[in-house]
Design a protein around this ligand. Structure first.
Ligand code: GLU
Length: 389
């Protein structure tokens, strides 16, 4: 067995999908909870801190109420309210029987995006770790409608990994990992064992979607990308195999491992890219888009065509090109109203138009991140190592 890259992990997030935790009748699978509890105990005994991100509330609610039809948003929220209880009851019983205490945290997008709530959540998690408690986290489905929804628990798991400064995110689902082509359609699809450059494989997810949860391979890849950009390893693997977590951390070659990038995004830029709430939009011309994308430049008033949204100086805004596509995000040094007054003008005219000049740039490069994805992968050679299915 090759050297285990995860042997140095000290803080770990394990995410379990609804398909892993429930059976075909939407009943919770106790065997899976037992494998997980054994594995978490094994990690904790090594001094590793573990947080669990769990799905399965809606699915368990369906099982409990015998509700099989597709559901409206309020119906799903009601199902989650019922199922969350069964979910936590099962975690508590099975973890307690192995001398572990669990805690429940229900989060929304707003809790992660708002700096103060973000740090409150981080402090709570730290305190739980100090007490040896295993935090079990789900989205707060009751209040999570569109605007404040995290979207899916794959995304939540990446944000939690960032919140606890995890060095590894493990996503357990019903698939073995990432394949170089759709394994449902192609018999010769190969499991990708290691991915060193995640941008090269983002196109491999296809449109696969899970039947019970909200995610699919693409949401898992996006979550893995967030984790590796924060400097953590990510692993996508099947959670249907007994003791998958222990196998992963013992160095067994299962699933797909994503290696953290060498160009780790600094914490501030990671937050800016993935968590900062967007308060407005700045539309720029082709010249400014090129200067930002190709030459790594700041955004100057001369390239701005428009500013919309009632944002203030210091707010985060998205930058869009003429096609309307968002390609960057950054902290604006001027308000929307001020930008409308100086748009199209050279920086030497800012003082004359505003009666003062704080900066030459509207968004400085140091406070900007690019949002554009690289081109989708060629399906042929996505990564360094492959193995048969
Ligand atoms: N919060 C949802 C639940 O517990 C799951 C969402 C997801 O699977 O992405 O059912």
């Amino acid at each position: 067995m090759s050297q285990n890259p995860l042997s140095g992990a000290r803080r770990v997030v394990i995410k379990l999908g609804s398909q892993v935790l429930t059976d075909e009748n939407m009943n919770l699978r106790r065997d899976v909870f037992e494998w997980l509890a054994d594995d978490v105990k094994w990690l904790k005994d090594k001094g590793i801190k573990v947080a669990i991100v769990t799905s399965g509330a809606v699915a368990a609610g369906r099982g409990r109420l015998g509700f099989t039809k597709t559901a409206t948003v309020p119906q799903k929220q009601a199902l989650a309210a019922v199922g969350q209880l069964d979910l936590m009851w099962t975690y508590r019983e099975i973890f307690n029987s192995r001398q572990m205490v669990v805690a429940q945290l229900l989060l929304t997008n707003e809790d992660i995006k708002d700096k103060k709530r973000h740090s409150n959540a981080a402090n709570t998690l730290d305190e739980l770790f100090k007490k040896g408690v295993v935090p079990i986290i789900n989205e707060n489905d009751t209040v999570s409608v569109k605007e404040i929804k995290l979207g899916d628990n794959d995304n939540l798991s990446a944000l939690v990994a960032n919140l606890i400064k995890a060095d590894c995110l493990v996503i357990l689902s019903d698939v073995e990992g990432l394949y170089d082509k759709d394994p449902k359609k192609f018999e010769d699809a190969n499991l990708v064992r290691t991915v060193e450059s995640i941008d090269d494989v983002m196109g491999l997810a296809g449109d696969s979607k899970s039947k019970v949860g909200t995610g699919g391979m693409s949401t898992k890849l996006v979550a893995a990308k967030k984790a590796v950009e924060a400097g953590a390893f990510a692993k996508i693997s099947s959670g249907k195999r007994p003791n998958a977590v222990r196998k992963i951390f013992s160095g067994e070659e299962i699933g797909t491992l994503f290696v953290p990038g060498t160009s780790k995004l600094k914490k501030k830029k990671h937050w800016l890219k993935y968590s900062a709430p967007e308060k407005g939009t700045i539309t720029v011309d082709d010249g400014a888009a090129r200067a930002i994308l190709q030459n790594g430049k700041s955004l100057l008033p001369v390239g701005v065509l428009d500013a919309s949204g009632d944002f203030k100086k210091g707010d985060t805004v998205i930058i869009v090109g003429l096609s309307g596509k968002t390609f960057a995000k950054g902290v604006s040094r001027y308000s929307a109203g001020e930008i409308c007054a100086i748009k199209g003008a050279p920086s030497c005219e800012i003082a004359q138009k505003l009666g003062r000049k704080d900066y030459d740039e509207i968004i400085h490069r140091d406070e900007m991140v690019l949002m554009a994805e690289k081109k989708p992968a060629q399906r042929k050679s996505p990564a360094r190592k492959k193995a048969g299915k």
